[in-house]
Design a binder for this molecule. Structure first.
Ligand code: SAH
Length: 342
């Protein structure tokens, strides 16, 4: 058992079993705090091609135009990783100097290791540990790529005697193990057979509701891109990844990335104070924004890179790669027209 597993086991010994979500929060907090996982454990869209961040930046600028170019505005990114997406977005946004004029840039990041990288890529930004009330007093333009999948999920298992929450306990040898809560949980889902799993992410829903509240009241636009599903009944999706391979969920907490598919239906419902568009497959969304044309221009400027650029494009848009599993969801003020890409 690693040091974090021992610490969690001691907590369970003292206070009793903890929900899977509490375990996930502890493990991911430690995982991201100490390292840059991008490339080593997994690769994200902004690290695959600069075109991704550029197009998201232009999408934000277009949304700002569509709303009458509000002067008081804030650009927020949730979980900016290496800062690549934001750097690419801001470079593309130079086509609209008025947008950049007086723009406050806030990076929401919990990890000291990643903040240090972001400081180099995005000079002039300020940092926040979480999305809070300080981000609610101006028009809010927000992007989040592969952020919501890292938020802690609860799991409930259907048994012959009702739904029970999956907990983390210690076994006879003191090792971490799964067990079901003794007390049934009232869950209104008749469509699931015994043994089936229902996953929820209350922190993702609460966050979507907060963002929608600010966008509805102050104006702005939020673009959430992540891997996930848009229909009910998906079951269990929590996974651990290290070195581009799946690992056991409890095997090495803090050393593997824990993530779960994003429930876009639940996010959309939570954001109902605003207008929600999508989710749309990432491939369709990026093609609508002109990613193929952007890649052609990059290839024309650097013919030697034509092959890798083609591969990056395929990776982002092809249905069997990231094109359909990854989805984009937009949150706009009530009554707004459909934005580009939706
Ligand atoms: N958006 C980036 C990085 C994705 S990895 C990209 O596309 O490359 C997830 C990011 O979210 C990391 O920056 C991680 O440190 C951050 N993160 C994860 N959980 C968080 C939390 N609860 N609060 C704040 N940041 C978090």
């Amino acid at each position: 058992m690693n040091a974090l597993a021992q610490r969690i086991a001691a907590l369970i010994a003292a206070q009793g079993p903890i929900p899977v979500a509490a375990f996930m929060a502890e493990a991911n907090g430690a995982y991201y705090a100490s390292r840059d996982p991008l490339g080593r454990d997994f690769v994200t869209a902004p690290e695959i091609s600069q075109a991704f961040g550029e197009l998201l930046g232009l999408w934000i600028v277009q949304a700002w135009h569509d709303q009458g170019r509000p002067r008081a505005k804030r650009l927020v990114e949730l979980g900016p990783g290496r800062g690549t997406l934001m750097a690419d977005a801001l470079r593309a946004a130079r086509v609209a100097p008025d947008f950049l004029d007086g723009l406050e840039i806030v990076l929401v990041e919990a990890s000291p290791a990643l903040r240090a990288l972001q400081e180099q890529r995005v000079p002039g930004a300020r940092w926040a540990g979480q999305f809070d009330a300080s981000l609610g007093d101006k028009a809010l333009f927000l992007i989040a790529n592969e952020f919501f999948d890292a938020l802690p999920v609860h799991q409930f298992v259907k048994t012959a005697t009702g739904w029970r929450e999956r907990m983390v306990v210690t076994d006879d040898d003191g090792a971490l193990a799964f067990a079901l809560s003794p007390v049934p949980v009232p869950l209104a889902r008749a469509d699931v057979p015994d043994g089936g799993v229902h996953e929820t992410c209350p922190s993702a829903q609460a966050l979507a509701a907060e963002i929608a509240h600010v966008v509805a009241g102050r104006g702005g636009a939020a673009l959430v891109v992540d891997y996930g599903y848009d229909r009910a009944g998906f079951g269990e999706t929590l996974q651990a990844v290290a070195g581009h391979h799946f690992a056991g969920l409890l095997d090495d907490p803090g050393e593997t990335d824990l993530s779960a598919h994003v429930d876009f239906t639940a996010l959309a419902a939570a954001a109902s104070e605003a207008s929600v568009f999508g989710p749309t497959g990432q491939g369709e969304f990026l093609e609508d924004l002109g990613i193929a044309q952007r890649m052609e221009r990059l290839a024309a400027a650097n013919p030697d890179a034509a092959g890798p650029l083609r591969a990056a494009l395929d990776r982002l848009v092809q249905p069997e790669q990231m094109g359909t599993l990854f989805k984009a969801l937009a949150i706009l003020p009530k009554g707004a027209a459909a934005p580009v890409g939706f």
